[in-house]
Ligand binder design. Structure first.
Ligand SMILES: *Cc1c(COP(=O)(O)O)cnc(C)c1O
Length: 359
């Protein structure tokens, strides 16, 4: 194991650990960075492909001031999780899906992407090198953050001559700690994405423009912002970093991913699980009016998993939805996390074991 060069820059991280676990206050995990020992780095030139990468100590990277990620936002990120099971295996949730999504994004931003196999292998190596940081069963997950960035210097607006594929990780607990449900505010002024833009890929450029709306909403006591479609302002799209579903009777609906909504892997998985238990799942436009009339609303994403929405505020109107034990989101959350943490058999082939003996 490479020695850590990282200072204990998190209050949850202490200087000692034992053989099996890093010294982290596992009970207190939230969603903030706890630097681990190692990260993964690979580089490749435009027009070539990624062929090798390595595990290095976690730390700052050196980059040209003139690279497209810094100047023009030519970059993508991914997010996925690894879980420790009761019998001490470590499982990663659907990494091939993240690899494919990175390829879609790379195509949109003219970047050289890692192949699916290269991506999955790199994720496995990163988790293996940071095994001590995968929380004990039931205490959280190791959040894995792959980045693909235009790192080679070029002055004009053009694809970078060189790309860096980097993966770092952090143990995490709940994204919205100690809340029974989210309180969303519908943003009727700014938009996250527009037709023909980059809303459908995990481009770095999609996120800093939503921060203002998010900061304002949070300072008014809301947990997140819900964006409307830019074309009509009538339909719901998604929150700042998670997808949205509504439930009415036996029908579960979510807006279609036709370019302005990020095609979430949790979204896709939850749709499948809801169908499995007899719900009708529809991907279609959902108007704000219909949304405000729903029985139940919930959000999905790697970070939030499945989270009930307790209230939605649109202009002066505030609506309350079903939450708690009776909510479908509770059931779906339990179904999904049981698969992810190995509590039930994974009949869908979603989980990838990092055991190096299994290749
Ligand atoms: C990452 C992300 C999601 C959720 O995708 P998952 O694959 O489920 O993690 C949803 N919306 C946005 C805007 C995102 O960035």
């Amino acid at each position: 194991m490479a020695p850590s060069v990282q200072p204990s820059s998190s209050p949850l991280r202490t200087s000692e650990g034992d053989e099996k676990y890093a010294n982290v206050k596992w009970e207190e995990l939230g969603f903030s960075l706890i630097p681990t020992d190692c990260m993964y780095v690979a580089k490749c030139r435009q027009g070539e492909s990624f062929t090798e990468g390595k595990i290095v100590p976690y730390g700052d990277i050196s980059i040209s001031p003139c690279c497209p990620i810094l100047n023009y936002g030519q970059g993508l990120f991914e997010g996925l999780k690894a879980y420790r099971t009761e019998d001490d295996r470590i499982l990663i949730f659907r990494p091939h899906e993240n690899a494919l999504r990175m390829q879609d994004g790379a195509e949109r931003l003219c970047m050289a992407p890692p192949s699916v196999e290269f991506f999955v292998e790199a994720v496995k190596q990163t988790v293996l090198a940071n095994k001590k940081w995968v929380p004990p069963p039931g205490k959280g997950a190791l959040y894995i953050r792959p980045l693909l960035i235009g790192s080679g210097a070029i002055l004009g607006v053009a694809p970078a001559p060189e790309y860096t594929f980097l993966i770092y990780a952090s143990p995490v607990g709940d994204y919205h700690k100690a809340s029974s449900g989210l309180n969303l505010r519908v943003d009727h002024k700014s938009h996250r994405a527009h037709s023909g833009g980059t809303g459908g890929v995990k481009s770095c450029t999609n996120y800093s423009p939503v921060v203002k709306s998010l900061v304002e909403a949070k300072s008014s006591g809301f947990s997140d912002v819900l964006f409307l479609d830019a074309a009509t302002g009538r339909n719901i799209e998604e929150a700042s970093a998670c997808n949205i579903f509504i439930v009415k009777g036996n029908i579960v609906s979510t807006p279609p991913t036709s370019g302005t909504i990020l095609p979430g892997i949790t979204r896709k998985s939850i749709s499948e699980l809801a169908r499995d238990i007899g719900y009708q799942v529809q991907e279609r436009d959902v108007s704000v009016d219909e949304f405000l009339e729903a029985d139940e609303v919930f959000c999905t994403g790697t970070a939030v998993v499945v989270k009930a929405v307790e209230t939605v505020t649109f202009h002066d109107k505030k609506v309350k939805y079903r939450t708690g034990k009776e909510a479908l989101s509770k059931k779906l959350h339990s179904m999904l996390t049981s698969i992810q943490t190995g509590l039930v058999e994974d009949t869908k082939g979603w989980m990838v074991d990092i055991d190096p003996c299994q290749g």
